[in-house]
Ligand binder design. Structure first.
Ligand SMILES: C[S@@+](CC[C@H](N)C(=O)[O-])C[C@H]1O[C@@H](n2cnc3c(N)ncnc32)[C@H](O)[C@@H]1O
Length: 451
């Protein structure tokens, strides 16, 4: 027996949840109702389709009176799958992000913080993403392939797309080139797993990794020579690899071949950074100079006050070495820690290209490199969304570096981490950056100095 869905008329949307849903309160029990396709301030008719623990989830049936923060989505119907925040006016988006940062620091660190959310004039709020990972969709009637995105809301499954408005246009161009090639053939469904496309702002070109999930290159029906013929100034490199069907995500077991140039290059703070197609790199690269300028200004002021530069800069979660290298003038010696395989080769090359000879890089988990923290007086933290691992926090509290630059793509975990540090460190600078427009993601910088 199917359960009857509950209909609620004329409900006011009052809030927004961190993962991007708008929030209303159930008129009877006061529980939160999370609604995609809604904006705080909307008056709606909705239909509740499920309840998970204490939260209801609902679809919008009708917008009775739109919020002042509502705007037309760029991508019509698919926007809910590509980026549901397309219906938020951009000023409102920035205000919601500012409120999130405030709320997280109040709830998780018990402090009041009022960081602005910065987005520079003249920069595009679409067409900026330098990486996309697509799954595949095969139309049952036409047999043609598209990319697939997850449906959101009550209707499950996936939907076909050929591009995303958030992607850099060159990524969309190369995505279509791959679909055309794939659709020339009659490839059985289940052979293709992912297409990952990465764009370099510096060279204005794309590297593609096509991952198949059947260890049978012939099932692809596209020869190495055909892939080679796809390369040009815009598509600089192709990697063809295998990841078993049951392995979650894009974890690769074997690389069949690489064609062209599969290393990317990007420029931050006047330095060129080389990285491999599967290494981490910042997303909206041209905005990073603004983040770096703020870091530098804050450090410069501290350096002036202490009358000298720092001895050892430790760049934890270093990727291919971006912050340690870009901030090299503030310390006599640079150390870096990063877990991702073969980043050391790239970081060392990047450091050499920047003229640094006192550069040490260890490729491991920060929790296993605790000795590396000893003596470091300037610590840069740029952890993944989960925040800084607990043992690493413990070591920081033991070693107490004088200054910490903490950049985070998740201010919620950053606030939790700061809660451990707050007795020993004061915030000398904080600012948010909207590096991921049209999505709920926020980048937040804090510069901390020992009390
Ligand atoms: C947000 S990225 C920052 C990378 C770099 N700072 C940059 O700007 O390019 C976080 C990095 O931390 C690495 N990472 C994640 N957990 C780690 C750990 N426990 N120890 C060391 N590195 C880690 C990831 O591989 C990723 O490269």
């Amino acid at each position: 027996m199917t359960k009857k869905k509950e209909l609620i008329e004329n409900i006011k949307v009052t809030d927004i949840a961190y993962k991007g849903h708008a929030v209303a309160r159930h008129p009877k029990d006061g529980r939160e109702i999370h609604i995609l396709g809604a904006v705080p301030g909307d008056l709606l008719d909705i239909e509740i389709y499920k309840r998970v623990k204490d939260i209801y989830y609902a679809d919008v049936l009708e917008v009775k009176a739109p919020s002042k923060c509502r705007t037309e989505p760029k991508e019509g119907e698919v926007y809910m799958s590509t980026s549901p925040w397309q219906i938020f006016d951009f000023d409102c988006e920035n205000k919601f992000k500012k409120d999130f940062v405030k709320k997280f620091f109040r709830e998780h660190a018990d402090i009041e913080i009022d960081s602005e959310i910065f987005f520079p004039e003249g920069f595009d709020i679409y067409g900026y993403r330098n990486k996309i990972e697509y799954g595949f969709w095969k139309d049952k009637e036409t047999g043609k392939y598209s990319f697939s995105f997850f449906r959101r809301g009550s209707s499950r499954g996936k939907i076909p797309v050929t591009e995303s408005a958030l992607n850099h246009p060159k990524i969309n161009e190369i995505g279509k080139r791959f679909l055309d090639k794939i659709n020339e053939k009659n490839i059985e469904f289940g052979v293709l797993k992912y297409l990952i496309l990465r764009y370099s702002y510096f060279t204005d070109s794309v590297v593609a990794e096509l991952i198949i999930q059947k260890d049978d290159f012939d099932a692809l029906q596209i020869s190495k020579e055909e892939f080679e013929a796809m390369l040009d100034d815009t598509l600089q490199g192709i990697v063809l690899s295998y990841s078993p069907e049951n392995t979650p995500g894009a974890r690769v077991e074997k690389v069949y071949f690489s064609l062209g140039n599969t290393d990317l290059k990007d420029k931050i703070a006047g330095n060129i950074f080389k990285y491999r197609y599967d290494h981490f790199f910042q997303v909206y690269v041209p905005l990073f100079d603004f983040v770096f300028d703020d870091m530098s200004r804050a450090l410069f002021a501290l350096q002036k006050a202490r009358g000298k530069s720092w001895d050892i800069l430790l760049d934890a979660f270093a990727g291919v070495g971006v912050f340690g290298i870009a901030l090299r003038e503030f310390a006599t010696q640079i150390r870096a820690i990063e877990i991702s395989p073969e980043t050391y080769k790239y970081a060392k090359e990047n450091a050499k290209a920047a003229g640094i000879d006192n550069y040490e890089f260890i490729e491991t988990n920060t929790d296993r490199a605790l000795d590396y923290f000893a003596g470091a007086d300037l610590l840069v933290l740029d952890p993944p969304r989960a925040g800084v691992p607990k043992d690493t926090i413990k070591t920081i509290l033991e070693e107490k570096p004088e200054t910490i630059v903490y950049l985070s793509c998740n201010p919620k975990t950053q606030a939790m981490d700061y809660n451990w540090l707050k007795n020993d460190y004061e915030i000398v600078f904080s600012k948010g950056y909207n590096l991921f427009p049209r999505t709920p993601h926020i980048e937040h910088l804090m510069v901390l100095n020992k009390k």
